[in-house]
Design a protein around this ligand. Structure first.
Ligand code: ZN
Length: 229
């Protein structure tokens, strides 16, 4: 089967990270978490003498966005490396900016790079559709294992659990999910992601919408169908 490149978008709390993990665990995709990867690059002790890295690290530590050209360079290099290694790839919530997605002038954006590496027919854009109020509710009740980062869905059975069913680590509310931070994330998401989806449509890419109100395993069933598994 041809290798695929999948980009999953959706508001915070829509479960896009979970869906990307399910593709990684059951279909051998590489889930390229670009945020985590960028953090590891700017914090790499061996790179700290590079002025460019120092600059980006300062931005990172002050909680600001890294420069889009830096992000695009680092992310596209890694993406090409993953593609060359023969794996399917899935992104959750990135590329985050128009520049990262579409580039500028001679600089190719990630969409074009994926198209060249995987072929346009193997490139899928997924939108997990869930009303913001529902996403907020989920974010409030979701707990995450402090050790393995497993997310625990809220249910009558699980809401009293204090420890992770997989590794026994303590469960905690994700710090980024406090209400203020969350509303900023939702605003950011609307400001930055909506234009990317609009631009993709205007370039005749198909955006596959999946109902995000369903349980994650149901959403995944839909996703598998849409990806022709
Ligand atoms: Zn755990």
């Amino acid at each position: 089967m041809a290798k695929k490149a999948v980009i999953i978008y959706g508001p915070p709390g829509s479960g896009k990270g979970t869906q990307a993990n399910l593709l990684a665990w059951t279909k051998s995709f590489i889930h390229f978490d670009t945020g985590k990867y960028l953090e590891s690059v700017v914090r790499d002790p061996e790179l700290q003498n590079k002025p460019e890295i120092k600059e980006q690290r300062q931005l990172f530590d002050s909680g600001r966005l890294l420069d889009p050209p830096f992000v695009l360079k680092v992310v596209s290099e890694k993406t090409k490396q993953i593609a060359k290694s023969g794996y399917s790839i899935v992104f959750s919530g990135s590329p985050r900016t128009m520049f990262e997605a579409f580039g500028e002038g001679k600089e190719k954006g990630l969409v074009r790079i994926l198209e060249m590496e995987y072929g346009r027919e193997n490139l899928y854009f997924i939108f997990i559709d869930i009303p913001p109020e529902e996403a907020i509710g989920r974010n409030k009740t979701r707990r995450v294992c402090s050790v393995c980062h497993l997310g625990i869905l809220y249910s009558d059975e699980t809401h009293n659990h204090k420890t992770c069913p997989i590794c026994g680590g303590n469960l905690r509310i994700r710090t980024v999910d406090n209400p203020e931070v969350l509303s900023t994330r939702i605003e950011e998401y609307e400001k930055r992601t909506a234009p990317i989806l609009a631009e993709l449509k205007s370039r005749n890419y198909l955006i596959i919408k999946i109902n995000g109100k369903l349980a994650p395993h149901k959403v995944f069933e839909e996703l598998e169908k849409k990806l022709n598994f």
